[in-house]
Write a protein that binds this ligand. Structure first.
Ligand code: SF4
Length: 228
C-alpha cells in the first residue's frame, strides 16, 4: 500500500455510519471461536488490500463473519478466500496460495481487493441504506488506484454497487442497461476500466457446482488476456 491507501484504510476502519453493522461488528469482540483459539476478532470495517499499482480491482460483497471480519483483510480466513487466493497464486497475481491472517506475508501483484460493504452484515446481507452508505468509500478508493484496467465484480451485489458508482459519477445513465451474468464484460465510454462479472467465489456456489475450479481458471485466463 502507498501512503494514501494507508490513510484511507485508517479512515475506513473507524467508520461508524451504519448503526446496525457497528452493533453487529461489536458483537464479535471478546468472544472466542473454539475453531480459532486465542484469536481476537478484527470486528470493525475491513479496508481494501493489495497492490496500489493494481490493473485488476476485485470487488466482493462484504466481509465474511469468520473470514475478513475475524482477520481484518478481505477474503482472508474463509472458504471464498481459499478459492480466490489459490486462483490468484496460480495465475501469478499472489506470492502464496494459502492465506491465514493479516501477518502471513501475502503480497498481491497487480491486484487490489475490496468489498462493496466494508462491515460484516448479519446473514451476509447488507440492506440498501448500508450499501448506499458505503459507496463513498469505494468512490474514494478508486482514484488511488490509477492503473486499474478491469473491475472484477464478485456477485450481483458487487456488480450493482460498481454500476451505482458509475451512475453517481454520471458515467452511465441506467443500471438496468447492464445484465449480470458470469463472464459478462462491459466497457464504458466515460470510464477507463472494463467491468467483468463473476459468480461469487462463495463456499455455497462452489459446493453446489454453480462455480467450478475450471470456470475460475477460465475466468482468470480471460482476465490475463484482456489486461494490457
Ligand atoms: S458498512 Fe461502510 S459505511 Fe457502513 S459503517 Fe461499515 S464502513 Fe461505514
Amino acid at each position: 500500500m502507498n501512503k494514501s491507501t494507508f490513510l484511507l484504510a485508517d479512515e475506513i476502519a473507524s467508520c461508524t455510519k451504519c448503526p446496525r453493522l457497528v452493533t453487529y461488528c461489536a458483537s464479535f469482540l471478546g468472544i472466542e471461536n473454539p475453531k480459532y483459539p486465542g484469536f481476537e476478532y478484527w470486528a470493525k470495517p475491513v479496508p481494501g488490500f493489495g497492490d496500489p499499482k493494481a490493473r485488476l480491482l476485485i470487488i466482493g460483497l462484504a466481509p465474511g463473519a469468520q473470514g475478513a471480519n475475524r482477520t481484518g483483510r478481505p477474503f482472508t480466513g474463509d472458504g471464498a478466500g481459499e478459492v480466490l487466493y489459490r486462483a490468484l497464486y496460480k495465475h501469478g497475481f499472489a506470492n502464496r496460495d494459502t492465506v491465514v491472517d493479516r501477518n502471513d506475508g501475502l503480497a498481491l501483484d497487480g491486484v487490489y481487493i475490496t468489498n462493496a460493504v466494508k462491515c460484516v452484515p448479519p446473514q451476509n446481507r447488507p440492506i440498501g441504506s448500508e450499501k448506499q452508505n458505503c459507496l463513498p468509500w469505494l468512490i474514494e478508493e478508486l482514484p488511488l488506484l490509477k492503473h486499474v484496467e478491469m473491475v472484477l465484480a464478485m456477485g450481483k451485489d458487487a456488480f450493482d454497487s460498481y454500476l451505482r458508482l458509475l451512475k453517481l459519477q454520471a458515467k452511465i445513465e441506467k443500471l438496468n442497461a447492464f445484465r449480470f451474468a458470469h463472464e459478462a464484460v462491459y466497457t464504458f465510454d466515460q470510464a477507463p476500466a472494463k467491468l467483468l462479472a463473476t459468480y461469487h467465489f462463495s463456499r455455497y456456489n462452489i459446493n453446489t457446482g454453480v462455480l467450478t475450479e475450471d470456470m475460475i481458471d477460465k475466468l482468470f485466463v480471460k482476465i490475463k488476456g484482456m489486461l494490457r
